[in-house]
Design a binder for this molecule. Structure first.
Ligand code: ZN
Length: 72
């Protein structure tokens, strides 16, 4: 008998697919590595690009980008 799919894992995988960086910020190629991790309550992606060698962290902001400008 097959175990039912883990819904929580499926949701995580869905969120990962949605939020994982698709382009290297330096050259635009798909990052070779986009490893998701948590720092406190913030999700981050450690990325490494094999095309140009860029490495860094990308923090998804969700639906609304968090800006620093005051409200108009
Ligand atoms: Zn790159």
């Amino acid at each position: 008998m097959q175990a039912p799919p883990d819904r929580r894992f499926a949701a995580d995988a869905e969120a990962h697919r949605r939020d994982a960086p698709r382009h290297c910020p330096a050259c635009g190629a798909p990052p070779a590595i986009a490893t998701e991790f948590w720092e406190g309550t913030a999700r981050r992606f450690y990325c490494s690009c094999s095309a140009c060698g860029w490495t860094g962290e990308i923090t998804p902001t969700g639906d609304v980008a968090v800006g620093h400008e005051p409200e108009h």
